[in-house]
Design a protein around this ligand. Structure first.
Ligand code: TXA
Ligand code: MG
Length: 351
């Protein structure tokens, strides 16, 4: 397949490229586009054949559902059958959090083919905040079913080079607009259960969600990335989302504990280290250290994580060692992704 690639510059010329992409969507094609979280691979959510092309292009299992992206609240009512919560509650959530990095699981309307949701009776819906994503949905005139634009089993793409690596020759059109600002996928919350259940932590802090909902939400071990659910509520959780080609060892604990374990590994194996500035400095290991930023800057950790994992895999090392971060706010999303990618977690629970 030949792929048409457009580099968007934030100027008026972008419109022509986005129009071209929208035309391709209307004809049943598939298009890579930037969002504020990660790049997505989209097709018309109402076109079953086009949606099938997405599963094929990614090599994605058919039972792992896609998120439907909308540009207006009117489109929300096209893709859901009814509201499982008070309309007032949903309006409040949408007013405060959309457009933005959060996906709501709601009952699916008949208009959305079951294939989009991997056969489930629900559908994940998100209104992205990126101007290119919004314009593409508007010009296409339909909601876009879109997973992250990586090959299945690879980290989600946050840079142009990642998209080109994974999707050249697989998508009809690729729209490139630099790095994605947040770098980690949207928060996914199921509103069809009582209490609402966090299925995937992301940039929206669960504490903020609880405030807006006025109730506790369920955050179980699967959401924290501690276990893989046997009968998953969110099919995506049963797959080891991303399994690096080299062993990834995650170390959780005090600074001293992390440094001690890292030193032991470095001595025995050629290692790549993914860590904070502070740890890099204290470790004094120059060879293959990949730094995300200050330890408490959890947004930097999220923004850089997938890129550092892709870099680490390419280094001439046997092992990748990563430092854990604080589980608060977006840190919970970072830990969920790291724990699910890790082949081993080394943790000090008490002194
Ligand atoms: O930020 C994002 O969410 C990005 C951008 C492109 O919007 N998209 C993304 O899509 O990460 P994907 O397909 O890589 O991840 C979707 C996740 C999966 O874990 C899937 O299982 C879950 O959302 N999901 C989608 N629809 C669902 C549903 N109806 N019920 C339960 N989980 C659902
Ligand atoms: Mg994905």
């Amino acid at each position: 397949m030949t792929t048409q690639i457009f580099y968007l510059k934030g100027s008026s010329e972008d419109e022509v490229a986005i129009q071209r992409a929208a035309h391709v969507i209307r004809k049943g094609g598939i298009v890579v586009f930037p969002t504020e979280t990660v790049y997505g691979l989209g097709a018309s959510a109402f076109d079953e054949e086009a949606v099938l092309k997405i599963f094929r292009a990614k090599g994605r299992p058919a039972d792992n559902p896609l998120i439907v992206h909308i540009a207006s609240l009117d489109q929300l009512y096209e893709v859901i059958s009814h509201l499982p919560v008070e309309e007032e509650t949903l309006r409040k959530l949408a007013n405060w959090l959309w457009p933005g990095p959060i996906t709501f699981i709601l009952p699916r309307s008949q208009k959305v083919p079951a294939m989009v949701s991997g056969g489930l009776s629900t559908v994940g819906v998100r209104m992205p905040a990126h101007p290119v994503a919004q314009r593409l949905i508007e010009l296409s005139g339909v909601p876009l079913a879109a997973p992250s634009a990586n090959l299945s089993g690879r980290p989600s793409p946050t840079r142009e080079s990642h998209v080109l690596e994974d999707m050249s020759g697989r998508a009809d059109v690729i729209l490139l607009a630099g790095r994605t600002p947040l770098g980690v996928e949207s928060t996914v919350i199921d509103l069809t259960t009582s209490p609402p259940r966090l299925l995937r932590p992301g940039p929206v802090d669960p504490v903020r969600l609880q405030e807006l909902l006025g109730m506790e939400i369920e955050i179980n071990d699967a959401a924290r990335g501690l276990i893989t659910q046997e009968r998953p509520v969110s099919p995506g959780m049963k797959y080891r989302h991303y399994a690096p080609s080299k062993s990834l060892i995650l170390i959780e604990g005090t600074e001293e504990f992390v440094l001690t374990v890292m030193r032991e590994f470095i001595e025995i194996h050629p290692s790549a280290v993914i860590c904070s500035v502070q740890t890099a400095r204290a470790l004094g290991y120059e060879d293959h250290v990949l730094v995300w930023g200050e330890r408490e800057d959890l947004f930097s950790a999220a923004k850089n994580l997938f890129e550092l994992l892709r870099q680490a895999e390419k280094l001439p090392v046997d092992v990748i060692i990563a430092e854990g971060v604080n589980e608060k706010g977006i840190g919970l999303a970072v830990m969920n992704r790291l724990r699910r990618a890790a082949s081993e977690v080394i943790k000090r629970t008490s002194l």
